[in-house]
Ligand binder design. Structure first.
Ligand code: ARG
Ligand code: ZN
Length: 872
């Protein structure tokens, strides 16, 4: 077996050499691109040989200070180009060859729809030319690109265009210079037949910035929303953080083949086209929201990531947690703050909590890795953002801003650590934040247990708080957990908080930072209910002793939008958990009246706030429900959720119908992506889903009508989704129509694949197997692979079929993908990593597939790391 190298944080050493200046010459050719790299280098540690990283490239020559080195003066060993003897300062010139066309891993320089593009984060630059491929080596770059002019009329790289012109033989060139020092992971190059839309933004400092979005010619009419989102992001970052753009050009390029969402290369962001292209007829509200947040995210990286970057990849959350936090705050301001917060919490619980409880759990600052690509995780990104949010909760918005200002003042132009960020936050506010370190060092979701003791005579309510970190166990270090809390009286009116004789107002943040604590609330009348963790003030699992009636009180009256949502969600979860237990005992589920009444109350008020009610009336998903149990009972969970859905559908059919009709009348207008329409469309689609769940032919026909007459993708796709779950001729009618209508539109066809892979139709596995042979399916496009195989892996009922056929199928498919694109294969493995959570029969079946995968001799180190860590 291979011996993969583990990289460890504790082994960090500063680089033995600096690279001050980089000149690159690209002579582009699909199968044989020549790269000439000229590096101005400086020794920083005595005696060490020079070692440059390289991967998948052919070195043709090496010259030192203009003198060609003989083959004996350099060697290639273990992915390194080694030169034993180099002086204090020198210029190194390397010529090498690469094959972009064969690059199906989509790392380094590759082709997408025949156009050249790059992806260098985390360690892709070493596939372009030998280099010190690490984020703490910062240099200025000058890049000359030469290519055939008719095939590649557009030639782009980072920074400013210095010069361009024609060359003999139909070739042309462009020369780019980026004045800002950057690590090589922020390098980018694009060459192709592209068109652009252009706009301008004037910064607070009166700099006129030319903004361009480049796409393939047929997509030129789908870029306007992304452009406007970019301008909103630029404005927002100036207003909220005083951060302005620092060059005269900002370019975005959208490509179809991309492993992730997008990449923040300096002044040349490269995007998965999914996060740029939108027209109302082809993109849903969710797509629009995703575009706005990813465009903003990549733009925000210009300061949090590029101007201040990471010392090493263990610090990834320094830029990602912070930048996700920033894009969340931006989207909250663009949309509705409370809606965005609820969405983010749903997402965190659905994807990050299971990751943090499973075998791949890691602290937001991981301590070791085999392939860094495997650590671009929900934990580093989303939990990282929650930890950044804790600083803001503790310091307030102004204090947080002071910390950000000091962080940039101290570290602009540097490659730093998460400790530098924490220190800036602390120093700017004159506080000690050293206990925050515990959030960076320990994996797992903390549990906070709350038990109440009420003393009527003294009118005191004692909250007995206990924190634990099951993933770490007894020896865990306590975490600083901010608990935002309020208090309601028995009729739901807010009460002031009094602690230690002091009036603290109607809400305050209690910092719970030890294993165990008692918080005594004074002047508390009988029957008062504490409202804990408002706005989800920390990424924890809260276990309280509140009963259903108390949750219902919070659901009806708490002033915090998040907590009201969470209270109703808790009631739904509790009802579903009881139903799961009943079903497992062979009994029919009985639905608690408190919950049904609470839903009834919400339905009465739904039209007053459609966006919030659309979230509140959506049942918890199967994964989140499964997380509540030690062993995940696949069938019982699926049945319980379906049963509750049809209960709510039938019981409230009249209310759903009336909501549907009212909103249909209100939405009879041209599509615009805005908070108001978004909310109405979400609630109307939800109503339609429930109506279809009644099983009545008239509602299925209504859904088909809704599908056929929709004037935008949100409505059309919403209706189609409602129909894919039913056994009715309308299902096929709509699916076929959708395919023929959009067959030339890859992003929409992705939805068509995803819908079938995620369906709870009993034959989903057979459908998905057939779809792998569909002419539009391809293993080389990550979006398509994710749409079919990624979504299938998340489909509890289909993937976890009791006979194990879902496991065998996905394992076979992952092995095919692994040969082409290891990063994507490793991602597809994630549902297998949860194997210990299922019943013993399924455990054995899943484990057998993991063991089979591990035996494959050519398995990539990406997949190896995931499989190996899941089995141990
Ligand atoms: N920095 C990019 C972003 O968050 C993601 C790059 C991911 N690269 C990778 N190899 N996983 O915007
Ligand atoms: Zn990012």
């Amino acid at each position: 077996m291979r011996a993969p190298v583990e990289h460890r944080l504790e082994d960090y050493q500063s680089p033995a050499f600096a690279i001050d200046d980089v000149h690159l010459l690209f002579q582009l050719d699909p199968v044989a691109t020549r790269v000439t790299s000229t590096l101005a280098m400086r020794r920083q540690r005595a005696e060490e040989p020079l070692q440059l990283n390289l991967e998948n490239l052919v070195v043709e020559s090496v010259a030192l200070d203009g003198i060609e080195l003989g083959e004996s003066a350099w060697r290639i060993e273990d992915g390194r180009l080694i030169i034993e003897d180099v002086p204090e300062r020198f210029t190194l010139r390397i010529r090498n060859r690469i094959n972009p066309k064969e690059n199906t891993a989509l790392e380094g320089l590759y082709l997408s729809s025949g156009n050249f593009c790059t992806q260098c984060e985390a360690e892709g630059f070493r596939r372009i030319t030998p280099f010190l491929d690490r984020p703490d080596v910062l240099a200025t770059y000058t890049v000359r690109i030469e290519a055939d002019k008719s095939a590649y009329p557009v030639l782009l790289s980072n920074g400013n265009l210095i010069e361009q012109g024609d060359l003999p033989d139909g070739q042309h060139y462009a020369l780019w210079h980026d004045p800002w020092k950057k690590p090589c992971y922020l390098f980018a190059l694009v060459a192709g037949d592209l068109q652009f839309i252009e706009d301008h933004y004037t910064t607070a400092g009166e700099r006129d910035v030319t903004l361009r979005i480049y796409v393939e010619p047929h997509n030129i009419d789908r870029c306007e929303f992304a452009m406007q989102a970019l301008k909103r992001a630029m404005r927002w970052d100036e207003e909220r953080f005083g951060l302005s753009y620092d060059l005269d050009v900002f370019n975005i390029v959208a490509v179809d083949d991309f492993n992730m969402g997008a990449m923040e290369n300096k002044s040349l962001n490269i995007f998965n086209s999914k996060y740029i292209l939108a027209r109302p007829e082809t993109a849903t509200d969710t797509d629009y929201e995703g575009i706005e947040s990813v465009v903003a995210h990549e733009y925000f990286h210009n300061w949090t990531g590029n101007r201040v970057t990471c010392r090493d990849w263990f610090q990834l959350t320094l830029k990602e947690g912070l930048t996700v936090f920033r894009d969340q705050e931006f989207t909250a301001d663009m949309l509705l703050p409370s809606i965005k917060r609820i969405q983010d919490v749903i997402h965190l619980r659905r994807y990050q909590f299971p990751e943090d409880a499973g075998p791949m759990a890691h602290p937001i600052q991981p301590k070791s890795y085999i392939k860094m690509d495997n650590f671009y995780t929900m934990t580093v990104y989303e939990k990282g953002a929650e930890v950044v949010r804790i600083y803001q909760t503790l310091l307030g918005r102004e204090g947080f801003r002071k910390g950000m200002d000091l962080y940039f003042q101290r570290h602009d132009g540097q490659a730093v650590t998460v400790d530098d960020f924490r220190q800036a936050m602390a120093d700017a506010n004159g506080v000690d934040l050293s206990s925050m370190r515990a959030w960076y060092d320990q994996p797992g979701t903390p549990h906070v247990k709350v038990r109440r003791h009420y003393d009527a005579d003294s009118q005191r309510l004692t909250l007995d708080l206990t924190q634990s970190l099951p993933k770490v166990g007894e020896g865990f270090t306590p975490l600083p957990i901010p608990i935002r809390l309020g208090l309601l009286d028995a009729s739901g009116n807010p009460l002031p908080l009094v602690v230690g004789g002091e009036e603290l107002g109607m809400e305050y943040v209690h910092l719970f930072d030890t294993r165990h604590q008692q918080l005594v609330l004074e002047q508390v009348p009988e029957g008062a209910v504490p409202a804990l963790l408002r706005d989800f003030s920390a990424p924890v699992i809260l276990e309280t002793d509140l009963d259903d009636a108390e949750w219902a009180l919070l659901a009806a009256h708490d002033p915090d939008d998040f907590l009201r949502w969470d209270a109703l969600n808790t009631l739904a979860l509790k009802a579903l958990m009881e139903a799961v237990t009943a079903i497992e005992r062979g009994e029919a589920p009985a639905w608690p009246q408190t919950y049904l009444d609470a839903v009834g109350v919400r339905l009465q008020a739904a039209l007053e706030d459609p966006a919030w009610h659309a979230l509140a009336l959506t049942l918890p998903d199967e994964v989140t429900l499964g997380e509540q149990f030690e062993t995940i009972a696949v069938e019982a969970i699926h049945q319980a959720r379906k049963a509750l859905q049809s209960e709510l559908a039938q019981r409230f059919e009249v209310q759903w119908a009336s909501i549907y009709d009212t909103l249909s009348a209100e939405l009879d207008q041209p599509y615009t992506f805005n908070a108001e329409q978004y909310g109405k469309r979400s609630l109307r689609t939800l109503a339609l889903h429930y109506l279809v769940q009644t099983g009545k032919a008239k509602w299925i026909e209504q859904a088909l009508y809704h599908y056929q007459h929709a004037n935008n993708m949100t409505d059309r796709f919403g209706a189609l989704r409602a129909l894919t779950g039913v056994e009715h001729a309308a299902r096929k009618t709509a699916l076929d129509d959708f395919y023929y209508r959009f067959r030339n539109d890859p992003l929409v066809i992705d939805k068509w694949f995803a819908l079938q892979a995620g369906s709870d139709h009993p034959h989903t596995l057979e459908h998905v197997r057939m779809l792998t042979r569909h002419p539009d399916f391809t293993y080389t496009n990550p979006n398509r692979v994710r749409s079919l195989l990624g979504v299938f892996g998340q489909n509890r009922a289909a993937f976890h079929r009791a006979d194990g056929s879902g496991y065998v199928f996905l394992a076979d498919e992952i092995l095919k993908v692994d040969k082409l694109n290891p990063q994507i294969a490793a991602r597809l493995l994630s549902p297998f990593t949860q194997w210990r959570r299922f019943d013993t029969a399924r455990q054995a079946l899943m484990k057998a597939q993991l063991e089979r995968i591990l035996q494959v001799p050519s398995l990539s180190s990406n997949s190896y790391e995931i499989v190996e860590k899941s089995l141990t």
